[in-house]
Write a protein of this length. Structure first.
Ligand SMILES: [Zn+2]
Length: 382
């Protein structure tokens, strides 16, 4: 066993072996009456691959950057990577300043139930009502279930707001992402779905069938052949932005909720915004995520040049970064390049990724997505 002590906490590095699990099980059996909270520990350790290393953190005193550095260490030990010093250096360069200014909350990888467990003490985050003025009978998913979120649940979204938000806000985001859902064969609420456009259909396996008079009927078609395809489902860009922010409000730790009240009023249609900050988005070169992930950054300092709350939403190969508007700790609206440049420089780990586009999602007009489909000559020599 190796024991190390850091400036902020104590942690041990172990190697998972059957002998270790047996010893741990005996210890847990002895402690079970006084400390039943340890009962699940052997089962958790058993899930670690045999002979892999893991850290046991004795005190929850290691900060967020410390956790990431420990995780890098584990990956390097378990995979035999030899460039750990360089990885740690890069991690510190990219994240050190950010974690001084922001706390990061991550959702998507583990099951999360957010908010008050006791229904009689719940206050809905969107309408402010409690029982009996409203009810909390249904399961409210923080990220729509139609995007394959099964396990991030907000307990403080009442049935009435859940229904209204689903129909008026979240459906716009689902329509916007439905093409990607089918293309990457990500399940919807009831399994995999086909995607139907005006002039094409994509089956649940991601195969596209075009319904047009095909130039391929020509005995000698000229390649490449390009089709312009149109979706059927409509969405309003501003409601997509509202859906992003609704997810943030769902998962936000309770102590920050008061900062979001103006944004909650806007999401629920109680106030209007004509101009929103841009949304940064990009396609990430990696295998598509099968379930969505959400990161929420909450500002620690009263730095007027930085937004109070920022969301980072990942779905399939898409990543969206957005500012929660009207945050009560903000003194700026972050509408001009000067205003959002400082924020973007603080998020160096995002800035390091290339090919970001920023787009204005302020419009309330309903739109559809258009696609270009290009067919190359099947006989072309590559
Ligand atoms: Zn409500």
């Amino acid at each position: 066993m190796e024991i190390e002590e850091s400036k902020t906490g104590i942690y041990c590095l172990y190697r998972k072996t059957e002998k270790l699990v047996d010893r741990l099980q005996k210890l847990v059996n002895q402690l079970t009456n006084k400390h039943p909270e340890f009962n699940q520990l052997p089962a958790w350790i058993r899930e670690i691959p045999e002979n892999d290393y893991f850290f046991f953190i004795w005190q929850p005193l290691i900060d967020q950057l410390g956790h990431i550095l420990l995780n890098n260490t584990l990956v390097a030990i378990n995979t035999g990577r030899t460039d750990l010093p360089q990885i740690q250096q890069l991690t510190q360069t990219l994240l050190q300043d950010l974690f001084k200014k922001y706390t990061c909350h991550q959702y998507g990888k583990e099951r999360s139930y957010i908010g008050e467990a006791d229904k009689t003490r719940r206050i809905c985050r969107y309408c402010g009502k409690s029982e009996p003025a409203t009810i909390f009978k249904n399961t409210a998913h923080a990220i729509p279930e139609a995007l394959n979120n099964k396990h991030i649940v907000c307990r403080e979204e009442c049935d009435s707001c859940n229904e209204w938000l689903g129909n008026n806000v979240e459906q716009h985001l689902i329509n916007y992402l439905a093409f990607w859902r089918t293309l990457y064969q990500i399940p919807g609420k009831e399994g995999q779905k086909k995607y139907t456009g005006k002039d094409f259909e994509m089956d649940p396996a991601g195969k596209i069938h075009v319904r047009v008079d095909s130039p391929l009927d020509d005995p000698a078609p000229t390649f490449p052949i390009t089709f312009s395809l149109t979706a059927v489902d409509k969405f309003s860009p501003q409601n997509i932005y509202k859906a992003f922010c609704k997810m943030v409000v769902c998962v936000l730790p309770k102590q920050y909720l008061s900062r979001c009240q103006p944004a909650i009023d806007w999401i629920m249609g109680r106030r209007e915004i004509t101009q929103l900050p841009p949304v940064w988005h990009k396609q990430v070169k990696r295998s598509a995520l099968q379930s969505p992930e959400l990161l929420v950054y909450v500002k620690k300092e009263k730095d007027r040049a930085l937004p109070g709350i920022i969301g980072e939403f990942s779905y399939a190969q898409l990543k969206f970064v957005f500012i929660l508007p009207l945050c009560e700790t903000d003194e700026m609206a972050f509408l001009s390049p000067d205003e959002f440049e400082i924020f973007w420089k603080t998020f160096k780990h995002l800035g390091k990724m290339e090919n970001w586009q920023h787009q204005d999602f302020s419009s309330v007009e309903k739109k559809t997505i258009g696609f270009m489909l290009t067919i190359e000559d099947p006989n072309r020599v590559l």
